[in-house]
Design a protein around this ligand. Structure first.
Ligand code: ADP
Ligand code: ZN
Length: 734
């Protein structure tokens, strides 16, 4: 039935439609409304050239048009309309990142939740029957079913979750322990109970929790920096903010930087609120994602735990966004639409009167500066929970260590590891380099093996028996002969990767149980999770890992951290190198001594007097941030000035340089706001997948219309078809 009077935003004649396409369109297009009209936010199918594409009704037509001459909307989809607040978020996010609206819209709607009514599917639930015999596999299935929190699962999801074949599940169905039924719609997520008993917070934590509860209760926008060393209880504290949000009947979102951290976190949610929340990241099945997308929109999911793209889900009433490990660089999407999820979280929250919590042991300089300036509330958890203290940090001066060539564990570090092992404790050897060796060199001709498509070296992965390019993923078997000169058997690894370090450790500590944690060595997040749980349970003496170990895992027996190369991140010309190294080293060191056992961290370095190494050792964070902030302020660098990178790429190196130079010459629109352009220079990685990359950097003062000037500037020149241009607002490296 139609309303007697058209609703505001209900269009009978013409409407503007934002179209989802990869074509560069200037903005929404006018279409003739279908029979029965269309309304703001409705998902529609429209013709575009010869194709039919998805679109969202974006407002009334421009007016003055002849509706009869417009192409008509084909049909309105049977999906909940996009809310006004979501449309505003997409618009503002597109404006901020200088992304064309269609591309930003695709980010928010590539979710599989569109396309008519949910399909019927066979789902499983717990039944009353009992099989005559319970095997281990069967027990695992029943446990997995319970872990699902009463929600319906499919046969495949359940057998995957339990790690059994589908026949095990079918056996239980036959016995009546599990019921199979047709589900016509998505099941809401189980209810999360905010009032289940939580741990008893320390006075410090309680004060923080109270502050966050009040903030969430205010129903207004606000951002809080929640800072505290690893193990100080940040998670416990922000869980109280989540609880308050649930009590208010609003939705909460917790963003995590790494999928590998999700399962540990889901268990904590289950412990605190009695059931598991919705989960959103690339490792989640399509069926589950569809359910999540719809339930978030209908309000049937009160808490979402996910990766950065969870920000673009169609929340019904979002009241809280937690960005855990907010300093983590993986919040910056570096492919396609370039955006920083931390900044977009703040934008989104400001549009829907939600609170943001930025949690970290080592906040980003941006966040720290905003807190100092009073834009963000500041919450510090002073100490670790219980008796655990931050480990003692010491430098190991590698200039005085007696170490044979191609060895990286110094005698002092080796002794410290042995001492821990004798006490039944664990040691972590940290090296942020995947693979066996970063360089493979031919000893006959002196050439290093490089990637054919990128300006990068091929990295030997001995366990996988391949050379892999870490830029484009290209891999090939390790050759017998040098690809340059053909000499046989003369290829040699140079420098250490974690695999080589594991080899050295096996030699140095005979009989030690060594666990190697590197993202490329685990086929699935399940396998990685199992390894991590094994370590936590004490099934390893020595852990060797890349930066995946620096993130949030809790290893109660770990008391010694040895950093193999503390200088690694300080090389290169990146202005953020100091900040990154400081954060990474403090995070890694923080892995030691989380429980009642005190910890120690030893940093192998060739430059113990370096200011950053000294700051890491002293733990004087405030001092470090002040010094960093002063330097950036003096140079007019972010967060005190504005910065954008323009990356141009093409298969033709000449073409891309010519275009970039021409663009740099026509800088009048930039000069109008006092902005400067630097370059062109080769991008930090000058060639990826056969495309040459050149970068221009633009720097401006704060408070100028930066994005508008950039847009004017770029639009002066139309790039040749073969050339791609990407704008990177607030680049990570500069
Ligand atoms: P962070 O997020 O700062 O690393 P967590 O919240 O994960 O810290 O706390 C570290 C560990 O200490 C967790 O196992 C947590 O459950 C425990 N913990 C923290 N505060 C308390 C408390 N008040 N009572 C009991 N356990 C606590
Ligand atoms: Zn490559």
């Amino acid at each position: 039935m139609r309303d007697a009077l058209p609703q505001p935003g209900h269009y009978e004649e013409g409407a503007r439609i934002a179209v989802l396409t990869t074509q560069p369109l200037p903005g929404p297009l006018d279409y003739r409304a279908p029979e029965g009209g269309c309304w703001d936010g409705a998902f529609v199918e429209v013709p575009l050239g010869p194709r039919r594409v998805l679109g969202v009704v974006w407002g009334p037509g421009e007016g003055g048009f002849d509706a009869a001459r417009l192409r008509p909307v084909n049909r309105v989809l049977d999906a909940a309309p996009m809310r006004a607040e979501m449309r505003e978020f997409i618009l503002k996010a597109a404006d901020y990142t200088l992304t064309p609206l269609p591309a930003m819209l695709r980010l928010a709607t590539r979710a599989p939740g569109l396309g008519g009514a949910p399909t019927m599917r066979r789902v499983l639930r717990r039944g009353d029957g009992a099989p005559d015999r319970m095997t281990d596999a069967r027990t695992r299935v029943m446990e997995a079913l319970d872990e699902w929190g009463g929600a319906a699962v499919t046969l495949k999801e359940l057998s995957d979750a339990a790690g059994v074949t589908s026949s095990v599940v079918k056996g239980l169905v036959k016995a009546g322990a599990i019921l199979e039924e047709d589900s016509p719609r998505d099941t809401p997520y189980p209810w999360l109970d905010p009032d289940l008993p939580s741990v008893e917070l320390t006075p410090d934590q309680e004060a923080g929790a109270t502050m966050l509860r009040e903030a969430v209760g205010s129903g207004r926008y606000g951002t809080t920096m929640l800072r505290g060393v690893t193990g100080s209880g940040k998670t416990e504290v922000y869980m109280e903010a989540v609880a308050e949000c649930l009590r208010q009947g609003r939705q909460a979102l917790v963003l995590l930087p790494e999928i590998a951290l999700t399962s540990e976190f889901l268990t904590r949610v289950q412990d605190r609120f009695g059931a598991r929340p919705a989960e959103w990241h690339s490792g989640v099945t399509m069926t589950e994602r569809r359910r999540c997308w719809r339930m978030v929109g209908e309000g049937g999911a009160s808490l979402v735990v996910g990766a950065r793209s969870a920000l673009f889900l169609p929340y019904r009433d979002l009241g809280l966004i937690v960005v855990d490990e907010e300093h983590d660089t993986s919040y910056k999407q570096e492919d396609g639409v370039l955006y920083n999820a931390r900044d977009m979280a703040v934008l989104r929250a400001s549009l829907c009167s939600a609170q943001v919590v930025l949690a970290s042991a080592t906040p980003s300089l941006e966040t720290w500066v905003n807190a100092e300036a009073g834009k963000y509330r500041r919450l510090d958890l002073a100490s670790r929970f219980g008796t655990a203290v931050m480990p003692e940090l010491h430098a190991l001066d590698m200039r005085t260590e007696d170490l044979p060539g191609s060895h990286w564990i110094s005698p002092t570090l080796a002794d410290a590891v042995r001492a821990r092992m004798e006490k039944g404790e664990q040691a972590l050897l940290f090296l942020n380099r995947r693979g066996y060796a970063p360089v493979t060199l031919c000893r006959a001709c002196g050439q290093q093996i490089g990637c054919d498509h990128c300006d990068a070296r091929m990295v030997e992965h001995r366990f996988l028996k391949r050379l892999i390019c870490h830029q484009c993923g290209e891999s090939k078997p390790i050759p017998e002969a040098c690809p340059s000169c053909g000499a046989e058997g003369r290829l040699a690894p140079v420098g250490p990767g974690v695999e080589r370090l594991a080899e050295e450790a096996a030699e140095a500590f005979p009989g030690a149980r060594i666990s190697l944690l590197s993202s490329d060595l685990f086929g699935s997040s399940r396998a990685l999770k199992a390894e991590i749980e094994g370590i936590a349970a004490g099934q390893a003496d020595i852990i060797i890992g890349t930066q995946i170990v620096a993130k949030g895992h809790n290893f109660p027996l770990l008391t010694l951290v040895g950093v193999i190369d503390a200088d690694l991140g300080l090389q290169g010309s990146d202005l953020r190198a100091a900040e990154r190294t400081f954060q990474l080293m403090r995070q890694v060191a923080g892995r030691a001594g989380r429980a009642e056992k005190p910890g120690q961290a030893l940093l192998q370095t060739f430059q113990p007097e370096h200011a950053v190494i000294r700051a890491i050792l002293s733990g004087d964070e405030e001092g470090f941030w002040r010094a960093e902030a002063d330097e950036r302020r003096a140079a007019g660098m972010p967060p005190f000035g504005r910065m954008a990178g323009i990356v141009l790429s093409s298969t033709e190196v000449g073409e891309v340089f010519d275009f970039a130079s021409e663009l740099a010459r026509r800088d009048a629109p930039l000069r109008r706001i006092g902005a400067q352009v630097f370059g062109p220079a080769p991008a930090p990685i000058a060639r990826i997948r056969g495309r040459h990359r050149v970068r221009l950097l633009v720097k401006a003062d704060k408070g100028t219309p930066f994005q508008a000037a950039l847009a004017d500037w770029i639009s002066q020149l139309k790039p040749p078809t073969n050339l791609r241009l990407a704008v990177d607002i607030d680049p990570q490296s500069f």
